[in-house]
Ligand binder design. Structure first.
Ligand code: DC
Length: 224
């Protein structure tokens, strides 16, 4: 094989419910491979924050949401290897996006068709964004990434863990997060519900450390 031959652009998807270890795992795998990390949960959270500020609720009709979404000014910035969605000048990172208010309403907003369509277009556009930045691939995490956003991804991972373990993880992080309620809303909604793609590598992280999860994914990539 010609060592100078250009490798094809690769997308690795990591899906799973809340507190299964997606973000830390996706970040570490992206760093190891020199890929861009994309956390799509943060996209729903920042949009949720923006809509709450505009006094929009998930009970508002789709038509008023569509009008607002047409004028939401979005941009992307890469910070420490992760692509961050910016709305206007507002750049919100983890802590500001994990408030009790956002944890309580993000799944309701995420079930709305205009929001899903808006973010689906944005998330798919990140492939060209990453290629144009000269980055050889992306590790993108969420709920519907392997099933809907990038169904032709090079590798799909699905993380799961028992509910008790996941609730304990969030508590240890000091977060008030209605995980069970969010799981229910995220996996039963009509559009793009949380699901394990049939061709995904499925890993139970309940009894594994994050290092063990990351190692086993990297070994799987090496042997592919
Ligand atoms: O991964 P997270 O907990 O930060 O995600 C927040 C919410 O966003 C989650 O409860 C459901 C929604 N979400 C989604 O519907 N689809 C995605 N691809 C990612 C997140």
């Amino acid at each position: 094989m010609n060592p100078n031959a250009k490798q094809p652009f690769k997308i690795i998807t990591i899906d799973g419910a809340a507190a299964t270890g997606k973000s830390t795992t996706a970040n570490a795998i992206a760093k190891e491979l020199g890929f861009l990390h994309v956390d799509t949960g943060s996209h729903f959270r920042i949009l949720c924050h923006h809509l709450i500020q505009k006094k929009i609720t998930p009970k508002d009709p789709n038509s008023s949401l569509e009008t607002i979404l047409r004028s939401v000014p979005i941009d992307t910035e890469i910070i420490e290897g992760s692509a961050i969605l910016k709305i206007g000048q507002e750049l919100l990172q983890t802590k500001a996006l994990r408030t009790e208010e956002i944890n309580n309403s993000v799944s309701k907003f995420a079930s709305m068709e205009p929001i899903r369509n808006f973010l689906l277009d944005y998330q798919r556009s990140l492939k060209t964004y990453t290629q144009d930045a000269g980055i050889p691939g992306m590790v993108i995490e969420g709920r519907d990434i392997g099933s809907v956003v990038f169904p032709d991804a090079y590798l799909k991972i699905f993380l799961h863990a028992d509910e008790k373990t996941r609730i304990a993880r969030r508590k240890n992080e000091g977060q008030i997060d209605p995980i069970s309620k969010r799981d229910d809303l995220d996996s039963t909604r009509k559009i793009a519900p949380l699901t394990c793609p049939p061709d995904a590598l499925k890993l139970n992280t309940s009894l594994l450390s994050l290092d063990q999860v990351i190692d086993s994914i990297l070994k799987h990539i090496e042997s592919a």
